[in-house]
Design a protein around this ligand. Structure first.
Ligand SMILES: Cc1cc2nc3c(=O)[nH]c(=O)nc-3n(C[C@H](O)[C@H](O)[C@H](O)COP(=O)(O)OP(=O)(O)OC[C@H]3O[C@@H](n4cnc5c(N)ncnc54)[C@H](O)[C@@H]3O)c2cc1C
Length: 353
């Protein structure tokens, strides 16, 4: 067992549940969904303790990708105590050739009520021209049924405790918004897909999904009146458009700059210049903590036609692309940052961690 699980007794004698736990699971199956996406299903009785209150939406987890010894065998992850606040530092201090790598992924689907609980993770198979991938892409490429891995995710006992905070591994919080914009590259497709499946029929808006090639267009279902547009960079026909170019264009078309900007704006935009983020040094992660009704009323654009519903956008993908879209939506269009979650899921040329 990787971690010590269970409740913790505080100094005051009350028992608290940790929000996250480590789960030892094994690969149940592997399926190549398309040229880019490889679905790895992870199962284990430990997942009976996994879960959040309600839909998993864009729920993120950490996968502890194991190291391989020179003979190709898996180096077992040494035990570390998830109950302690400093578990991450404890793990980080271990020899990298022993502790392996920690990577962030989305739960595409969770089936936790069956006899044998399982979750699906959809991995982007990214490899450079020499065929080298990161630890997670390599692991998914080689994964076989029975392979063991540890993941860190939500403790469902904490989630169902009525005093539980909202689990921080979910960012999708549209509040009262009925018009939504979802935009992301291939790494965000699992999250966007799960969000779309959960949306009620009264939601309207757009979802733009950029992927390497048309063969990566996956089947999506949603009860909502959200127009879903797949965008293919054209990798399979050897004319790949730059990463994010199609996505940015689609967002610009769907959310144009207000007409008055050219006439009376001081800075050439409808909103303030967002502070700069050096995406090579920092993680671009700007998400509204919570969309309360009052906050929406306060941020409502006075030019919004009467009866128009508040708007919420969720945008994730390569950090430099997300940074450009943040500047466009906040400064050029004037959308309040409380209405948008901007998340740099990965950085071109930089390993996670
Ligand atoms: C909240 C969250 C949820 C995520 N969900 C998913 C998910 O469900 N599925 C998924 O596939 N990814 C997801 N990602 C992105 C994933 O964590 C990164 O792509 C991660 O870097 C992959 O790890 P790696 O070990 O394969 O590569 P790393 O070791 O991190 O990187 C090695 C090299 O590969 C490049 N690289 C990394 N990712 C990509 C990519 N997608 N395309 C091209 N080059 C890349 C890096 O720039 C670097 O040069 C998510 C990220 C976050 C923050």
């Amino acid at each position: 067992m990787t971690s010590v699980k269970g409740t913790k007794t505080t100094a005051a004698g009350t028992r608290t549940e940790p929000m996250t736990l480590a789960f030892d699971v094994t690969v149940s199956s592997v399926r190549q969904l398309s040229p880019t996406f490889r679905r790895v299903t992870l199962g284990g009785y430990s997942l009976r303790d996994f879960g959040v209150r309600g839909d998993t939406l864009d729920l993120r987890i950490k996968l502890m990708i194991p190291s391989l010894a020179e003979d190709g065998t898996v180096v077992p992850l040494p035990p570390f105590n998830m109950e302690e606040a400093g578990w991450y530092q404890e793990w980080l201090a271990m020899d990298p050739s022993v502790r392996g790598a920690m990577r962030t992924y989305t739960v595409r689907e969770a089936r936790l009520d069956g006899v044998y609980p399982e979750i699906d993770i959809d991995f982007v198979m990214h490899f450079d021209a020499d065929g080298n991938g990161g630890p997670a892409a390599n692991w998914a490429q080689a994964a076989r049924p029975g392979d063991a891995i540890t993941l860190i995710g939500p403790n469902n006992r904490a989630a169902h405790c009525f005093t539980a905070e909202i689990y921080s591994g979910i960012e999708w919080r549209p509040g009262m918004a009925q018009r939504v914009l979802l935009a992301g590259d291939e790494t965000a497709i699992p999250a966007i897909s799960a969000i779309l499946e959960s949306l009620p029929s009264y939601m309207t808006g757009h979802a733009f999904l950029e992927v390497p090639e048309a063969g990566d267009f996956l089947e999506l279902t949603s009860a909502a009146d959200v127009e879903i547009t797949w965008l293919a960079r054209g990798a399979s026909i050897g004319r790949s458009r730059p990463h994010g170019e199609l996505l940015q264009q689609a967002v610009r078309n769907a959310v144009p700059v207000p007409g008055w900007v050219g006439i009376k704006s001081d800075n050439g935009g409808a909103g303030p210049e967002p502070e700069d983020v050096n995406v090579d040094e920092e993680v671009l992660w700007e998400t509204p903590a919570r969309m309360e009704t009052a906050a929406i009323a306060a941020t409502k654009n006075p030019d919004m036609p009467a009866g128009a519903m508040p708007f919420y956008a969720w945008i994730a993908g390569e950090a430099a692309v997300i940074k450009d879209m943040r500047r466009y939506l906040v400064r050029d269009v004037g959308i309040d940052r409380k209405q948008v979650a901007f998340m740099g899921y990965w950085r071109q040329g930089k390993a996670e961690g």
